[in-house]
Design a protein around this ligand. Structure first.
Ligand SMILES: [Zn+2]
Length: 270
């Protein structure tokens, strides 16, 4: 699943190709994604220039003077810049045609989304309940510690809650908890301010590194230039259940938290 670094990488990859460019046409081949693509999409953006691109959580927001287009990559989606008239493949559901290139949305599992948010995107139900961005200063140890007070849910589930902080997916939550030696099943309310400080720093560091390196290599993701990222080689515990802990050689264990498989070292993570 594309996580925050892949989405940020996609946004950065496509931006120079479409910024300040007008949309000539939109071709929709399959409109039944997670939610239907609005049929009147073209009327909002035809001949309108892309003013800016942003990422909020795992959403890419493409801003026009007429409003904001939201793209979500879902489980398996990707965005690529292709030459004009590139022949579509089976899962290429939408093309945004610009004068020199096209922006192609591909999504084999169709859990992604393309939605028109109009002029007040921040009031959209998808965006208005989101917590701070993990790389923003608002996401800090005091914030997490205060919010966690009295909460019994496992800390991993807590930091993956989009209302707490956006875009910390399974890979990065698993890795960050390992880096700071916190057991993922520990209650969120039972962690000191000092440990939250370490955790916040680890989350920021790991996401920054992943963005730098172009996102993780997961089978469904390719960068907007078609090259896969290569962060996965540097993962310590994610996807390594049963292997030895890189610190202490204890066999790594798994536990299911909120239906997500979590790998951890029972020796190093307390
Ligand atoms: Zn260990």
């Amino acid at each position: 699943m594309p996580e925050l670094p892949e989405v940020e990488t996609s946004k950065r990859g496509i931006t120079p190709h479409i910024i300040n460019q007008p949309v000539c046409d939109v071709i929709l081949r399959h409109t039944k994604l997670r939610w239907p693509i609005p049929q009147d999409l073209l009327t909002h953006i035809q001949n309108e220039k892309v003013i800016s691109l942003e990422r909020r959580a795992k959403y890419i927001l493409i801003n026009f003077s007429t409003g904001t287009l939201l793209i979500h990559l879902g489980m398996s989606g990707n965005l690529r810049i292709c030459p004009l008239n590139s022949a579509p493949q089976k899962h290429d559901h939408a093309d945004f045609i610009f004068t020199h290139c096209l922006l192609r949305f591909t999504d084999p599992r169709r859990f992604g989304a393309i939605l028109w948010l109009g002029r007040h995107p921040e009031s959209s139900s998808l965006l208005n309940k989101l917590g701070p961005e993990p790389l923003d200063d608002k996401f800090n140890s005091r914030y997490l510690y205060t919010l966690a007070k009295g909460r019994k849910i496992p800390v991993k589930q807590f930091i993956m809650d989009q209302k707490v902080v956006t875009g910390v997916g399974n890979i990065y939550a698993t890795e960050a908890l390992f880096m700071v030696g916190i057991n993922p099943t520990r209650s969120a309310g039972n962690i000191s301010l000092k440990r939250y400080q370490l955790l916040v720093e680890a989350i920021k560091e790991i996401l920054t590194q992943a963005i730098k390196q172009g996102g993780t290599t997961l089978k469904d993701f390719v960068g907007s230039d078609g090259k896969p990222g290569y962060f996965q080689q540097t993962l310590h515990v994610y996807g390594k259940a049963g292997e030895e802990c890189p610190n202490c050689e204890t066999a790594l264990k798994t536990v299911k938290l909120a239906a997500r498989t979590t790998v951890y070292c029972p020796q190093c993570q307390k």
